[in-house]
Design a protein around this ligand. Structure first.
Ligand code: THU
Length: 157
């Protein structure tokens, strides 16, 4: 038996250190939180997707009284981008969230497992790594590919 050690690379930085392009996308993600429909969790998530041609698409979490019928912000934005602009690779995705007091979370939130799998599919589909920017009020994380968030991923059969 041997142990495999899997390394994940995440850059942590202060939100003020983001590049201008990343700040613009973060701004779209924060604005999208205000369009969240989250009467059950009171947790408003926004995601903004930047495409290869610079187009920005955003989305927010949309909940349902039958809980599994709702959708996370990341997949709302990603699926809209993929369906509206199927020929444009996705270059970057930014996520932000506000808590039940309406405040931007101090630490960044991370995409759920299903959203990670959807991000993986988009990377594979366009053969293009997606930079993931997670934004909180006090810190931000940058991940250069979904592979860093989804080790030992299921990507073929
Ligand atoms: N949610 C997202 O939209 N994205 C995430 O990365 C984590 C969770 C949503 C789902 C649900 O509407 C609410 O946040 C609470 O889980």
């Amino acid at each position: 038996m041997k142990t495999l050690t899997i390394t994940t690379n995440v850059e942590e930085l202060h939100p003020s250190e983001l590049s201008e392009e990343q700040k613009t996308l973060a701004d779209h993600a924060v604005r999208a939180t205000y369009r969240s429909y989250s009467p059950y969790s009171h947790f408003s998530v926004g995601a903004a997707v930047q495409l290869a041609d610079g187009t920005i698409v955003s989305g927010s979490n949309q909940e349902n009284v039958a809980f599994p019928s709702g959708l996370c912000a990341e997949r709302t934005a990603l699926f809209y981008a993929n369906s509206r602009y199927p020929d444009q690779p996705v270059s970057r995705l930014c996520i932000a969230a506000r808590d039940d007091k309406g405040r931007l979370t101090d630490s960044p939130i991370s995409p759920c497992g299903s959203c990670r799998q959807a991000l993986l599919e988009t990377e594979l589909r366009y053969k293009n790594p997606i930079e993931i920017v997670l934004v909180g009020a006090n810190s931000s994380y940058i991940i250069h590919s979904i592979h860093d968030l989804l080790p030992l991923c299921f990507d073929s059969f």
